[in-house]
Structures are given as structure tokens and as C-alpha cells.
Design a protein around this ligand. Structure first.
Ligand code: ZN
Length: 234
């Protein structure tokens, strides 16, 4: 649990930020300090680890999320693989694979594939960018907590790695029967998985609330500057 106390300052000055954090083991309130990356802060009373030094930077997270979103678009727009056998060439996209499963009367597999490979990653990336981009410009987006809750609920259902594994097994098996050329979407799909894993391991709830605190302080500071400006002119 983190609390933030803000002391009133004259108009135009940046408010002084004082964060307090409660130990999860013994509830002792302690003043939070900035830690170097990978360092631990321990409770002075019970020695429990209270928090770790921040690893993520907002700009890095936005760059990763944007890169991931662009690669995800490429993955969905272009063919994932092209199969050629006996003069017949077939290529399909990610959404095309789900449609083919539906046509082959496998609705449950088609829906599962659509939800875990397309819908959930799309929702996760949209929620991330919706939260992070305004924070970068010192604004807290409306409904941030709902977007974050949705992100946490959706995350376990994203199964891009499972799909890639299944795809690789299928391609290797089919390579005995047909000539297979991986499409641009296949390589961007691999890129999405790498960037998504990087995003997931770097992103933490604690960092998000720190960025929210910073944005709120920046907003309050701007409001104070605006309300102070007419007084100064009088
Ligand atoms: Zn403690």
C-alpha cells in the first residue's frame, strides 16, 4: 500500500512529493526512497522486502508497446505462410486460419484461436497504449483503473507462444508433403512474441502507479501555474 502526501506550495512552484509505504508484513509506515535498479528496500522493523528498485522507464515501455502494436498489425494483415503442392498454392493470414477452422466445423477451436491469439493481445496492447501515452504527456487518462483491471484479467488468456509452437510443429510436419514458405507475418509474429515477453517482464504495477503519481503532480503544478498567473498580473 502506498500513500502520497502533498504539501501546499505557493502558486507556480512544483509541489513537494512525499510518499509513504506500509510494510505488507507488519503494517509499519515508512518513508519511501528512490532505489537504484535491482536494489531492495527492507522494513526497518521486520526486515521484509517492501519493494524493489524500478527497472522500467515510461519511454521504453511506450516504445516496446508501439513496436509490438505495429508488428501485431503486420502479423494480422499479411499471410503467415504459403503452401505449394502439385501446382496448387495456398496462403492464409492469422484471421484466415480461424475462418478456415470455422468452415471445417471446428467452432470451439476457431473461437479459442481467435480469442487467445488475436483478441486478447489486441486488447492488452490497446489498454497499455491507452494508459501509457497520456501519462507520457503528464495526463491521467479517464478510466485508467478499469483499463488496468481489464489488462490484468486479459493477460493470462493471451497465448501467442502456444500458437507459435503449434504452428511450427504443423509447418515441419507439412514440409514433407508440400513446399512451405513462411510469410512476412510469420517473422513479425516471432517479433511480437519477443517484444511482448520483454514488455511483460519489464512492466510492474508499482511502476504504473509511480507514473500516475508523477502525472497527477504535473497536472496539479500546471493548474497552480494557471491560477497563479492572473494574480501575478494584477
Ligand atoms: Zn515490517
Amino acid at each position: 500500500m502506498t500513500m502520497m502526501q502533498q504539501h501546499t506550495t505557493p502558486a507556480g512552484e512544483v509541489p513537494v512529493r512525499r510518499r509513504w509505504i506500509a510494510c505488507e508484513q507488519c503494517d509499519l509506515l515508512q518513508h519511501e526512497v528512490e532505489l537504484p535498479s535491482r536494489a531492495d528496500a527492507r522494513c526497518v522493523r521486520c526486515d521484509a522486502v517492501m519493494y524493489r528498485g524500478s527497472r522500467a522507464r515510461l519511454d521504453t515501455m511506450i516504445a516496446l508497446a508501439l513496436g509490438c502494436a505495429i508488428m501485431f498489425l503486420v502479423t494480422n494483415l499479411f499471410p503467415i505462410a504459403t503452401l505449394s503442392t502439385q501446382g496448387i498454392t495456398v496462403s492464409t493470414t492469422l484471421i484466415g486460419s480461424a475462418q478456415m477452422l470455422l468452415q471445417q466445423e471446428r467452432p470451439v477451436v476457431a473461437v479459442l484461436m481467435f480469442v487467445t491469439t488475436i483478441l486478447v493481445p489486441a486488447l492488452e496492447l490497446s489498454a497499455l497504449l491507452y494508459m501509457l501515452l497520456p501519462l507520457r504527456f503528464g495526463r491521467v487518462p479517464p478510466g485508467l483503473s478499469s483499463a488496468f483491471r481489464m489488462l490484468l484479467a486479459a493477460h493470462p488468456w493471451g497465448m501467442l507462444e502456444v500458437f507459435l509452437l503449434g504452428l511450427l510443429v504443423t509447418l515441419v510436419k507439412l514440409s514433407e508433403l508440400a513446399s512451405i514458405v513462411p510469410g512476412i507475418a510469420f517473422w513479425s509474429f516471432c517479433g511480437v512474441i519477443v517484444l511482448f515477453s520483454w514488455l511483460s517482464t519489464s512492466f510492474s504495477t508499482r511502476d504504473l502507479w509511480r507514473w500516475v503519481d508523477d502525472a497527477q503532480l504535473a497536472q496539479q503544478s500546471q493548474e497552480q501555474t494557471r491560477s497563479g498567473a492572473p494574480e501575478a498580473m494584477q
